[in-house]
Design a protein around this ligand. Sequence first.
Ligand SMILES: Cc1ncc(COP(=O)(O)O)c(C=O)c1O
Length: 308
Amino acid sequence: MSAVRLARGYTGRDLLIKFEGCYHGHVDSLMVSSGSGLATFGIASSPGIPQDTVATTLVAPLDDIDAVEYLFNEHGDDIAAVVIEPLPANNGLLVQRHEYLAKLREFCDKHGALLIFDEVISGFRFKDGSYGDICGVTPDITALGKVIGGGLPVGAYGARSEIMENLSPLGPVYQAGTLSGNPLAMAAGMMTLDLLDDDAYDRLEELGQLLQSKVEPVLEKHGNPMRFIRRGSLFWFSPGSEEPPARADLIPKTAGKLYSDVHKGLLEKGYMLAPSAYEIGFIATVHEEQHILGMVQALDEVLAEMEW
Ligand SMILES: Cc1ncc(COP(=O)(O)O)c(C=O)c1O
């Protein structure tokens, strides 16, 4: 919310572009799902959000450069920011092409809009930096959360000083909150970041590789009812035998039923994945090889039982 306010205050513009399948928290103006078609003005996805608020949000499908170009051609002078999870992780793991993210950077530069990377999920998951760093695309504002709170609720955003200077008390864009800079959350976050040294990231990557190397043959053995996709310690079982999609609308509609059967079967064997086909999984530093191997074996058994 504050990152969006900063972008609007800095540019003096109101419109935002967001993407179908990306979630940016409960802020009213971003609680918008796209309608069908190329790209459309938003429709509120929760009662209680005024139409006027979402009318400032334009929604485009992911992985579609033409849709974003169209929106910039139509509304370029009024667009304050493009907001995207560079590694969209709220509707499955919809990995984007690096060229696509670079193109967003290019459109923003051309039209004087800011690029906001929401790394609330992807931030501090990778040894080599943010997901933006990995893609070689530098946003104007980065939003962070989750990992940096060490399990306590926290949100943060950062930008170069020319943009940050617009914030109160230096500049006119107001920001404050009861929980801002909460000492407990800050202490937990700092401790977590201290513990997240190179060894911890290497360990997470090792476990990720182990999971991938074991799970892929199991899925193949059962005719690939799902595909496994992983970036670092984040993973997702993409429903269907096709390559995992980069857009939310390409996720097969049967995803829910298939996943709920797998989820239930695994739960009965003592392994709990997230309770939604559209939620991703996370490997944590407390996991051990036995947990990974045990889950893969349980998955093998569940898929075999489902074939009967
Ligand atoms: C990508 C992303 N951005 C932002 C948020 C923050 O949401 P909120 O502050 O509304 O909980 C979340 C929460 O899950 C998220 O996944």
